[in-house]
Ligand binder design. Sequence first.
Ligand code: FES
Length: 120
Amino acid sequence: MKASEIIGGPKAGEIMGHLCDIEEGSAKEFTYRAGPDLRAIFIYRKGEEVFSYENSCPHAYLPLNMKAGLFTEKSGKYFMCHNHGALFDIKTGKCLAGPCNGQSLTKIDIELKNGTIFAR
Ligand code: FES
């Protein structure tokens, strides 16, 4: 889903941040509200790349993290839902192990250009 399709979210082309704002192996979180609809997303940095997903685990629709910015297990190789331990591929969002095995996080379409992150 494009970031600009989130109700109450950023417009296409809007700046969402800069690569240098996000610590390596950490994520920046955003919440958008439009009436009763609350959507949370995160943008995770891995090296010079960023990956964005809706912060909602397909198992029980809870946020993946319990601490700000902490979305992976100890090794940093996989996203981990800290509720019941589901593991997700960072690049695709696909659940590789846990109660929602085979399902996927909702990917949010963003663009990184010259160190600046834009909504699509
Ligand atoms: S809510 Fe994520 S594993 Fe259960």
